[in-house]
Design a protein around this ligand. Sequence first.
Ligand code: CS2
Length: 483
Amino acid sequence: MVAGLPVKPRLTRRTPVPVTGIVHLGPGAFFRAFNAIYTADVMAKVGGDWGILAVSLKSPTARDQLAPQGGVFTAVEMGADGAIPRVVGSIAKVLVAPEDPEAVVAAMADPAVKVVSLTITEKGYCHNPATGRLNLAHPDIMHDLADLAQPHSAPGFLVAALARRRAAGIAPFTVLSCDNLPSNGVLARGIVLDFARAHDGDLATWIEAEVRFPATMVDRITPATTDADVARLADAEGYTDLACVQHEPFRQWVIEDDFTDGARPDWSEAGAQFVASVEAHETMKLRCLNGTHSALAYLGYLAGYETISDTVADPAFAALCGKLWQDEIVPTVPPPEGEDLSAYCTALLGRYRNPSIRHRTWQIAMDGSQKLPQRCLGTLADNLADGRVPKGLCLVVAAWMRYVGGVDEAGNVIDVRDPLAARLKALSDAAEGSGAKVAALLSVDEVFPPTLAADARFRDAVTAAYEALVSEGARGTVARYAG
Ligand code: CS2
């Protein structure tokens, strides 16, 4: 029990445990507010054995929160009409992979499991973000290639379980990536095949021919749950639920309809869209939403704002979003069928303003080395290719560079969470002056493709923005850019 919480009885399951048809890797807040709800909605509407066995690849937290509650949890929709809680029962069980990796492989090899879905965050793919290829020097990948009996990584578990299914003559599951990565299906396929080729060439050939990796676009703003959220729910509902999540009302799921034997829940019954290609939706969401989210995260954090809604309450930052969309982002986004980009961006600003969603700038700022390429750098490169220097996006890159330097504008240490944090800080610290710091960080080729890093227009604009951040501060620089 978290200290300071009101003592209330624990939430318990009142509905039967569903039969497992899905294994999900990464049982964090987003999965609970998104996949678990869509699947619960489908089972409530049309039935089906689509219960979810959720697997945590690292920490036991989700299992410790969910197991005493029989897997159920409360999802609280935080909208204009106040907080609307509902209890979600689609999670059948939670496993903690490091405690028993064999149990996880066995569960994934169960013939009743048709889909293995993933919300493992960008870094869970163990890839090089600039190339999309598996990083064979990643410690977890090196471990798994040496001994696949006890995998550590998501690619390792997927390949171990597919190998077991193949050996037993069981049809493969579909691998469904639900992370904010461009062409996440192709990416997941690429890292699984890279791993399989290094492990067993015949298995790789079988995976290439037999396994489907549909792409998806996922969208629902879901901040990490805090003790205050748990306490508020306990006060309102009279029970304690350490696994509760708070999410916005909006949700959108676009899924490439390419599943092994067509075996999947009919998520369209819950409002998901099955389409032939997800690419246009993905580009729209990653560039318009995640691109400005990261802009607000770095610049807002440096300006001293704690949450996204606090940040956009400052008119300069709302104007920053408007200008980024209009001048730099939307011109690079081919509109997906059925979407009006200007209405989409206006709605986004409304979503960011939602005051009951306390999404911390610090949370979104995490793992920037894994996020910047698909959120900002592709958009940036498209502008440069069209002969425009996108000063706003260059300012975002400069803000990320200031952020990973590890000291805020008041001289306080920033708790930078990023797989490359130590290296980024060392590069920044070793360089003297804005131009040298920018050049040092541009040399990180997992983040910046060499052609972009070598573009003088880009380098100069990022250096000018970095200098402005140092001399005028983030708020002043944003106000001048957007003013
Ligand atoms: C956010 C996303 O944490 C982040 O980096 O930008 O998680 C964002 O909230 C979701 O993609 C919204 O769908």
